[in-house]
Design a binder for this molecule. Structure first.
Ligand code: NAG
Ligand code: NAG
Ligand code: NAG
Length: 317
């Protein structure tokens, strides 16, 4: 009895301490090389957003070498050899969904390469079910090799973001509601040209991290060769986000009830073609050839660099 009282007391004190030291987390799941196959599954089918893609299932992805794992590398890529029939399915690619869902947590990814090429639309993100009631957090996203990374929230109505927040990126749009502004969401554009696409890849990639608390969502980026926090660079078991400095993007609770707009999320890594990237205005503004669909159908070798390379992905709670 006395012992039980003692245990309750100790866990109460530990709870208080944890409250005081907000920002400290311990690793729960580590995905490196082949363990991506334990934690993620490929979702076959068409792109719900109308991309020129054919998402294959896990056995097909492995057989076609569209996913590939070694001891320290996980690759996810699109087909780069087939010419497509105009009326047939889109380009083979992979959309991975984590088996687990996470609530308040920190996701840290060491990424060596982001898919590049005209018409490509890769994303590394988290999403709840149903959408948009449970929210979507886009950590890495871009199109057509254009500029720097875009970090975005998509929610149900009633979540907006103030223009001035403690972040290094530039706010692009303020209403996170997926039903307005063509589902632009509330986006923040990085000011670092090496945060996405060819600039990111030429620099050997870098680290992305996303922290969810009940009142705040933060996204950090550290390019390779910069000085990331030691616990990030070394993949340590314990991290402390309070020492990480100003994030690239922060989404605050002021006019958005973060805890009710975001439920438990799966992690998604996807790679689609056209869709948003194929918007004729954006596609030609990027200096891309022909039309997006025609390029994706007829120029397989243009997609040889359309792959993700993950060194590691860790989730801390
Ligand atoms: C791929 O990722 C982006 C992330 O924002 C998303 O909008 C798009 O719907 C995704 N497509 C698929 C088919 O998963
Ligand atoms: C499979 O993909 C990996 C990584 O892209 C590559 O190193 C390997 O050579 C490929 N294997 C075959 C048989 O093409
Ligand atoms: C978060 O924001 C919502 C709506 O703006 C508000 O009702 C709620 O009290 C806030 N929560 C905290 C912990 O500040």
């Amino acid at each position: 009895m006395l012992f039980q009282v003692y245990v309750v007391f100790v866990s109460f004190v530990l709870g208080l301490l944890r409250g005081v030291s907000a920002g400290k987390y311990n690793v729960q799941d580590t995905y490196i090389g082949g363990s991506f196959y334990d934690g993620f599954n490929a979702q076959a089918g068409d792109d719900p957003t109308g991309g020129r893609v054919n998402y294959v299932d896990t056995p097909t992805a492995r057989r076609l070498n569209l996913t590939y794992a070694s001891s320290n590398t996980f690759i996810l890529r699109a087909d780069f050899t087939s010419v497509l029939r105009p009326n047939g399915p889109g380009r083979n690619s992979v959309r991975l969904l984590s088996n687990k869902q996470y609530g308040t947590s920190v996701v840290v990814a060491d990424i060596r390469h982001i898919p590049q090429g005209c018409g490509t639309w890769p994303a590394f993100w988290t999403v709840g079910n149903p959408w948009p009631q449970q929210g979507e957090i886009d950590i890495v996203e871009g199109i057509n090799d254009q500029g720097a990374n875009l970090a975005t929230l998509h929610t149900s109505p009633g979540c907006t973001q103030p223009p001035r927040r403690p972040q290094t990126g530039s706010p692009v749009s303020s209403d996170c509601n997926s039903a307005v502004n063509s589902n632009q969401g509330c986006a923040v554009k990085s000011t670092q040209p090496n945060s996405y696409g060819p600039g990111f890849n030429a620099n050997g990639g870098g680290w992305y991290a996303m922290e969810r608390t009940s009142t705040r969502i933060s996204i950090w980026f550290w390019p390779r060769g910069s000085n990331p926090p030691r616990n990030v660079a070394n993949g340590e078991k314990g991290i402390d986000t309070s020492t990480w400095g100003t994030p690239m993007a922060v989404f605050v609770n002021d006019s958005c009830d973060i805890s009710s707009k975001f439920g438990r999320h799966n992690i998604v890594i996807n790679l689609t073609f056209c869709g948003w990237a194929g918007d004729p205005r954006l596609y030609s503004a990027a200096g891309c050839p022909s039309t997006c669909v025609d390029h994706v159908n007829n120029s397989p070798s243009s997609f040889v660099n359309s792959y993700w390379n993950f060194a590691s992905l860790r989730v801390y709670v």
